[in-house]
Design a protein. Sequence first.
Length: 364
Amino acid sequence: MPKGFSVNERVESVDAATGARVAQLTSYPTPSSCLWYANTNFTPDSRTLILVCQREARRVSPWDLWRVDADGANLTQMTECDDASGFVMAPDGSCVYFSRPGTLWRIGMDDLKEDEVLRHGSDCTGGHGFISPDGSTYYTAGQTPGNGAKVDPRRPLGILCVATDGSISRVDEADEGWVVSLHSCSPGGSGLLAIAVHQGVKHYLLLDADLRQAGRFTASHDFAHCTFLGRKPELQGCALPPFREVHRIGVGDETPSVVARGRTFWHSAASLDGDWIVADTNWPDDGLQLIHVPTGHVRTLCLPRSSQGHAQMTHPHPQFSPDGRMVIFNSDRTGVPQAYLAHVSDEMRALTASGRLTVEDRRR
């Protein structure tokens, strides 16, 4: 399909278990996926989001960037190049930055105009893309393996940072004996999360904007998966089995505190204000869980009904809109991975915060 092609593939439903309104945003029979759940992939007004769709039904088919309104309308193809990666929304929602080999590009959200920002020549691209909250710096790496921190030593390991005004770029390499992987960027300006491995010990590090170590969260605790606690200078994340908990931790804490218990939490993301967390679950799959951080109360938002296999696009990877009123996630419940959006109603937020059960809850 050509760049600029626009269509409506929306399929609306009501979750049978919780009553939440859910919209399937993509439905073409090729895989689609929301972007990395550690980023905010909406415009600041929560009206539009970006996602990726595979161009053809074959293993090595390119992934194109698409945009769609939060109501499921105006699904529009934005790119048509074969080597793009590291997509990330500019904080003001005006454009999306992305990498091509040796080059940083941007594309306008409205006019789809593509501009080459800087030809930096680095091979440290191909991983997730991140951007500083002021929009001044783009970060990526050749490998962004997440909490697993497992890297391929045959591929580039450095972290690339590029000024979005095209003025400068540089690559930061880890000290000898260390393997440092870029994980995410704080939406509150605290810095970047990097996961470093040294002599078999995993360190959760806070880096400043210049990629210098600014602090350490922990070297004795590990997460299944984690992200920043919204704009707060803390991490939140899911505990490893056998613990059924979500934790939070600040720089220097070393040992986390418990936010919520009771589910097999897997991947989690926080609202920008840090008051809410949404987590998928596995072994067993109890659905997407809405967590009120101040009280620790938990409530099921909806059931993704995804296979949750090895392929990342089958993992729900939920994430909030900036206003905290919507959650996007992945599911292959139709047989093909697609992108979905669930509405978080005022009633559901109130019930979760209070910990009360409705009549329908008691009947289940």
